[in-house]
Write a protein that binds this ligand. Structure first.
Ligand code: ADP
Length: 480
């Protein structure tokens, strides 16, 4: 078992308290290693380092910053297997999926290495002959990034890459369940030669580190991915120092299959959208609306595909579904099934979970489960499940399904399957969601804007949109 360190001001350090947090393998309960349990003191040291590094990093040419990011991309791809293995061990997702995530995570480094060079200002025609109006785009300043456990690499780079490209310096607090992937990424950032203080990694107490970052006026920006509950706390905390906020919060994605859909395509879309990472994805479909008339065939085909889904330790060959992250996650799926069955739903496939480790917080597996006869009053229809549960509701009309789909405080992702072009446009435009998959169950990609409407978040990550979150706009009025 290895004892890892935090990375502050270009040095690998222990927590002042000497306390440590254990990192578990969610498949087996094995302790993989420990990280320092950082708190207020370490958060302050990281803020200080990032604040000191900011003038140098932000004054560098875009080309120089770009070269560091490009190097980080190359190193991540060179170490793709190694990072993926760490990720599977601490997070549980199957190794092939973890490799896919590393490539996706690295693609943000590549994209923003290029985008760094395109932070353009503007000259605006003035209303007086002897005036000129210039607009500059400048980095917002020291940025705090707080990331979740479900995508231990991609959520880190999706924040770090645009922040660094813009000229911001960063303090990252990764999820305590999955800090080792972040440690590895930071080792590579160090090897890429980033100047000291530009990126800082603080592992440890979420509350204490979070509060310290939020209270400090030197931190000008908070970018967070996680639960809506914690996101709301951070938005409130940001008020005192009026920090810029970017929030990627929870979702409750509807997955709509119209009777003119290509059913096989819809089935594949459902599997991609729901079973990736064992359903522990914020854009995972949570509610499946299938138009009456095709429900039977859709469920039948889905059932057939699920027979081939091997569940187990993500390091085993052929496994497609790994463990749930912890007992709490497992119990949520169980409780959604119990509640639905009590209210009249039927289990068409699955329904069972199991516990295969000695550890009380690891070794929880859940088989993909299809529920039919689902009604809107069941908990699964309004709460985020974060597990491999597919509740199916039938609907009659487009109008009816749109109303149901939009009837939620969330607005992250929605999916629709249809072969009708006009329906695809009509429904996409009326869905109150930030991301729409039309005949596509896996829409995320580095060049597109990712983010939610309503209580699913604020701002967008990815693409040229993603850099805006780290830039301030400065207007310079010039008299001649
Ligand atoms: P999840 O359900 O994905 O674990 P959370 O919102 O609980 O979502 O956690 C996401 C991230 O936010 C993690 O890094 C976690 O440690 C951190 N976090 C949790 N509570 C707080 C808090 N009060 N302040 C700051 N960060 C927090």
């Amino acid at each position: 078992m290895k004892h890892y360190k935090m990375y502050i001001n270009g040095e690998w350090i222990e927590a002042h308290s000497q306390k440590r947090l254990e990192v578990l393998n969610p498949a087996t309960g094995e302790i993989l290693g420990t990280v320092p349990k950082g708190g207020a003191e370490e958060a302050k040291a990281a803020i200080h380092a990032a604040h000191e590094a900011f003038p140098v990093w932000s004054a560098m040419t875009a080309g120089s910053r770009s070269a560091y990011l490009r190097k980080a991309y190359d190193l991540m791809m060179e170490h793709q297997d190694e990072i993926a293995k760490i990720m599977t061990l601490e997070q549980g997702k199957p190794f092939a999926e973890a490799k896919g995530e590393v490539a996706y995570a690295a693609s943000f480094m590549e994209w923003y290495a290029e985008e760094a060079k395109r932070i353009y200002g503007e000259m605006i025609p003035a209303s007086k002959e002897n005036k000129r109006i210039m607009v500059l785009r400048q980095p917002v300043g020291v940025t705090a990034a707080i990331t979740p456990w479900n995508f231990p690499a991609a959520m880190v780079t999706r924040k770090l890459a645009p922040a660094l490209a813009a000229g911001c310096t960063v303090i990252l607090k990764p999820a305590s369940q999955t800090p080792l992937t972040a440690v590895k990424i930071f080792e590579l950032l160090e090897r890429a030669g980033l100047p000291k203080g530009v990126v800082n990694l603080v592992t440890g107490s979420a509350g204490e580190v979070g509060n310290t970052l939020m209270e400090d006026s030197r931190v000008r920006k908070i970018t967070f991915t996680g639960s809506t509950e914690v996101g709301k706390v951070l938005i409130k905390q940001s008020a005192d120092t009026v920090k810029r906020v970017s929030m990627e919060l929870g979702g409750h994605a509807p997955f709509i299959v119209f009777d003119d859909a290509d059913i096989d395509q819809a089935v594949e879309g459902a599997l991609g959208s729901k079973l990736r990472n064992c359903g522990q994805v914020c854009i995972a479909s949570n509610r499946f609306y299938v138009q009456e008339g095709i429900q039977e065939i859709f469920v039948e085909k889905l059932k057939r595909r699920l027979q081939h889904y091997k569940i187990g330790n993500g390091m085993e060959e052929g496994v497609l579904i790994g463990p749930m992250i912890d007992r709490k996650g497992f119990e949520k799926v169980e409780s959604h099934i119990r509640d639905a069955v009590e209210k009249g739903a039927k289990i068409a496939v699955g329904g069972q979970g199991c516990h295969r480790a000695d550890h009380e917080d690891a070794g929880y597996f859940f088989e993909p489960t299809i529920l039919t006869d689902v009604k809107e009053n069941m908990a699964v229809m309004s709460e985020e499940t974060f597990g491999p549960l597919i509740p199916i509701v039938t609907f009659k009309t487009e109008e009816e399904v749109l109303r149901a789909a939009n009837d939620t405080p969330y607005g992250l992702a929605a999916y629709l399957f249809t072969q009708s072009l006009s329906r695809a446009f009509r429904v996409s435009e009326r869905l109150e969601y930030g991301i729409i998959g039309v005949n596509d169950g896996v829409p995320s990609t580095a060049q597109a804007p990712f983010g939610g409407f309503k209580e699913s978040g604020i701002g967008r990550e990815g693409g040229h949109y993603g850099i805006d979150a780290f830039l301030e706009t400065k207007f310079i009025s010039i008299g001649l």
